[in-house]
Design a protein around this ligand. Structure first.
Ligand code: MGD
Ligand code: MGD
Ligand code: SF4
Ligand code: MO
Length: 752
């Protein structure tokens, strides 16, 4: 089939739009005027859906991409995924190292740059010890990169200051899964979508943030009109437009709504007694084991009538959605940042899982509590291989002596090498950098000067003269470049090899398609060079290639329920992704966890069908999590709520998607979404400038007046580097997960 670039873009644009309204779309084609010489198997650079792509190469350059028909996305891509090639060849690529001199970044050689980095880190280590240095990484780095960085720090330097943007993203999901099931990560797979008869989507705008998954949900609903969709979101998002029930509520009160649903389910005898008698522990917030009657008592505070007053959702609607969820033959829940980015993020995660455990909607195809991952490798690289300050690879914890000891044995380290105290979590880390307690920071594959909440205060730290920050970054116009002392040119996406693990525990290999530009190097090579220059024992870092790192990770995981042993490189080169656990080379991968016959961690002759082996007694937990409000509730001074989030065509801080003309044109500039009623009351018309003021800062945005936000709520997308809403957001965080509450703060607005 011959198609022009314009036609491709037309298909892609239609695809993007249709994904949002749920019409089946045609498979992406590639442009015939750039007919590739070969196709290389890879994964999309963007969201946690993790679509497989085929990269089209001609004359050593990437000319196009198309969806991988053999991966879960069955050949489909959204617009962002389809338009990646121009990003690779952007004029803003950093192609050589730079050192800041007299406030200006000056070109340098690799040796000069790396020598300076090494000197600074060695000095800090020597004078202030291992807690004075830190690695700040990313759920967009390759698995091997994160595993390596974490090992360099934890095993090589005795420093647990290993953090990254997943703290801003998935930490509450980790906390939720671990407290409920004893192990992190979803128990189902994307196949559940094709069998579910009810979708409970809460705090997720799937149609814009996981478009190809949403397309699958919409296709399911279209194929069977009996399939129900419930969307719980204070905004009437694109996702909500296919909902049978859109539940709009006062932001933050969804904890009460979830408890109220449980109340109704029990009242209506829709709980699955056989299941929860055998497989569930009821546990109070104070970690006391109690019985089902105590749970019923706890729920008395959440009758639909009481929750109606609190949340603004009618008691009738709460009853309707509780019945819809419980009575369906198979309910799948999806959630994302609307729940995670909250000071009660872990609790909110627990409360969704509660509903599944109460009704037994779990461990059957189509029935599962499924947390959507944001970044392409937040599950894979960071959660699985332990790239956070409290984690070790394969779900082990730093605070547990037996976990450290086992890993030290596997890594061949002297006992006691891994420091027993967790490092600083993201907000604490950047505060410590601002206070001069952390002296040297290695930032890789993330743009904290734009993405941290209440960012003004961290900027101060980044500017400190006695601090040192090295940044590995492919694009000159990323905000953090303004502050780094050394800038390293990193190879980008298709210029390197390694793995991404997406939302459904599927690991896919990104094969290198082209040579890195200019002097760019893959982050893995940069980290290996750094370890060597820092004199880390070569027995600790015995790697030459990215595949060496992968093979060590397989070994390390193999004695744990994560088990990647069967996911060999040879296999990955052929397959389009494999779901862990996968203990042997002939194991097909695991679609359903915690079920005998499905999950290889459960012996075939195990007495019961389910086994939540993450918990000592094999039972998952229904937690009593009370409703608690947001960190900063609206008041007389700041009477409205500000929430922030995403749009379909941009990725985060815009360093990549702003380089694609088609994407930039669709969303050139941040704006504020205002409800029609609020606009009327304040004399604001569509397109007017509106001043937003919080206790942190003040900024002006153009108004988009619509019915998307509920009255009293405004929304600003955070992609625009020229209008950084994070100057206004709040850095309060969840006590358990340490994830910040980007989704709620108090604001006042007026017409400019
Ligand atoms: N196009 C695009 N896709 C992306 C990304 C991107 O930058 N662009 N980023 C990826 C990443 S890293 C992530 S983490 C995901 C994020 O994916 P999502 O979480 O789906 O996206 P957000 O827009 O951050 O927030 C989702 C919704 O939370 C709602 N919300 C606000 N307050 C509350 C509340 O109190 N309760 C509930 N229930 N909901 C609330 C908002 O109205 C919003 O619609 O997207 C991934 N996919
Ligand atoms: N207001 C508000 N703020 C938020 C959120 C929100 O909902 N609201 N969401 C939070 C969430 S969920 C997340 S995940 C974070 C994300 O925040 P960030 O990670 O800071 O945002 P990105 O734009 O994804 O930054 C990735 C950076 O890595 C660069 N890069 C791309 N490829 C490579 C590579 O191969 N190597 C290297 N070294 N660099 C590369 C990109 O150019 C970019 O500068 O933001 C958080 N911030
Ligand atoms: S849905 Fe996500 S992974 Fe798939 S093409 Fe779009 S951005 Fe890429
Ligand atoms: Mo994220």
């Amino acid at each position: 089939m011959k198609v022009t670039r314009r036609e491709v873009l037309k298909t892609a644009a239609a695809a993007s739009a249709m994904a949002a309204i749920g019409t089946p779309l045609a498979q992406m084609a590639h442009a015939a005027d750039n007919e590739p010489e070969k196709w290389v198997k890879s994964v999309c650079r963007f969201c946690g859906t993790g679509c497989g792509v085929m990269v089209g190469i001609k004359g050593g350059k990437v000319v196009t991409v198309k969806g991988d028909p053999n991966n879960h996305n069955a050949g489909f891509l959204c617009l962002k995924g389809a338009l990646m090639p121009p990003i690779v060849y952007s004029k803003d690529r950093v192609t050589k190292p730079y050192i800041r001199k007299n406030g200006k970044l000056e070109p340098a050689t690799w040796d000069e740059a790396m020598s300076l980095v090494t000197r600074k880190f060695k000095k800090s280590l020597k004078e202030h010890g291992p807690t004075s240095i830190a690695y700040y990484g990313s759920g967009q780095a390759l698995t091997e990169e994160t595993y390596l960085a974490s090992k360099i720090w934890k095993a090589g330097f005795g420093s647990n200051n290993v953090e990254g943007n997943p703290r801003l993203c998935m930490a509450s999901a980790v906390g939720g899964y671990v407290t409920t099931f004893g192990k992190d990560e979803p128990c189902g797979s994307y196949d559940d979508i094709d069998a579910a008869t009810c979708f409970f989507i809460i705090g997720s705008n799937m149609s814009e943030c996981h478009p190809i998954l949403f397309k699958r949900v919409a296709a399911r609903k279209q194929a069977d009109p009996n399939v129900k969709v419930i969307v719980v979101d204070p905004r009437k998002t694109n996702t909500a437009r296919i909902a049978d029930e859109h539940v709009s509520f006062k932001p933050g009160t969804d904890l009460a709504i979830l408890n109220s649903m449980a109340y109704v389910m029990i009242q209506e005898e829709l709980d699955n007694q056989r299941f929860h008698n055998k497989y569930v522990t009821f546990m109070t917030n104070e970690k006391k084991k109690v019985d089902f009657e105590a749970y019923m008592e706890f729920l008395e505070d959440y009758t639909p009538e009481k929750v109606e007053v609190l949340s603004g959702v009618s008691a009738d609607q709460i009853r309707r959605i509780a019945l819809m969820f419980a009575e369906a033959s198979a309910t799948t829940s999806f959630w994302c940042m609307g729940l995670n980015q909250r000071i009660r993020g872990v609790w909110a995660n627990n409360l969704v899982s509660n509903l599944h455990l109460l009704t037994g909607h779990i461990g059957k195809t189509g029935a599962t509590p499924f947390s959507l991952t944001g970044q392409p490798n937040a599950c894979g690289g960071v959660r699985d291989t332990g790239g956070l300050c409290h984690l070790l690879p394969a779900g082990r914890l730093i605070k547990k002596p037996e976990h450290r000891a086992k890993l030290e044995e596997q890594w061949g380290l002297k006992p006691g090498t891994i420091a027993p105290k967790p490092g600083l979590h993201t907000i604490a880390l950047w505060n410590a950098f601002s206070e001069g307690k952390v002296k040297a920071m290695f930032v890789l594959c993330t743009n904290p000067a734009h993405s941290l909440p209440n960012v003004n205060i961290y900027e101060e730290g980044m500017k400190r003269k006695d601090n040192f920050m090295v940044l590995s970054e492919p694009f000159m116009d990323a905000e953090t470049v303004k502050y780094c002392d050394v800038l390293l040119p990193s190879a980008f996406w298709c210029e390197k090899r390694g793995t991404y693990g997406c939302s459904e525990r599927r690991y896919s290999l990104l094969m290198q398609s082209v040579e890195p530009m200019g002097e760019c190097r893959p982050d893995l090579d940069i980290l290996l060079d750094f370890a060597k220059r820092m004199d880390v024992d070569p027995k600790v870092i015995p790697f030459n290639t990215v595949d060496d790192v992968w093979n060590e990770w397989r070994e390390v995981s193999s004695v744990t329920p994560y088990n990647f042993m069967g996911i060999t490189r040879a296999r990955m080169e052929k397959a389009s992704g494999i779901l862990w656990p996968c203990p042997t080379e002939d194991h097909p991968g695991t679609k359903i966890r915690y079920v005998r016959g499905q999950d290889p961690n459960i012996p075939k002759d195990y007495k019961n069908k389910y086994h939540f082996y993450g918990k000592k007694d094999g039972r998952a937990v229904i937690w009593f999590r009370p409703y608690k409000g947001a960190a900063e509730e609206p008041d007389a001074e700041y009477p409205m709520v500000l929430t922030t989030g995403r749009v379909i065509d941009h990725w985060h801080t815009g360093t990549m998607t702003m380089k694609v003309p088609e994407l930039r044109r669709s969303f050139p500039k941040a704006y504020v979404e205002v409800n029609v009623e609020d606009a009327k009351a304040k004399g604001i018309r569509n397109g007017d400038d509106v001043v937003l003021e919080t206790r942190r800062d003040t900024m002006t945005f153009q108004a988009r007046v619509s019915d998307v936000c509920r009255p009293g709520l405004v929304f600003v997308p955070w992609y625009d580097a020229n209008l950084m809403i994070n100057k206004l957001t709040l850095n309060a965080f969840d006590k358990g997960s340490k994830q910040p509450e980007y989704k709620i703060c108090a604001v006042r607005i007026k017409k400019a």
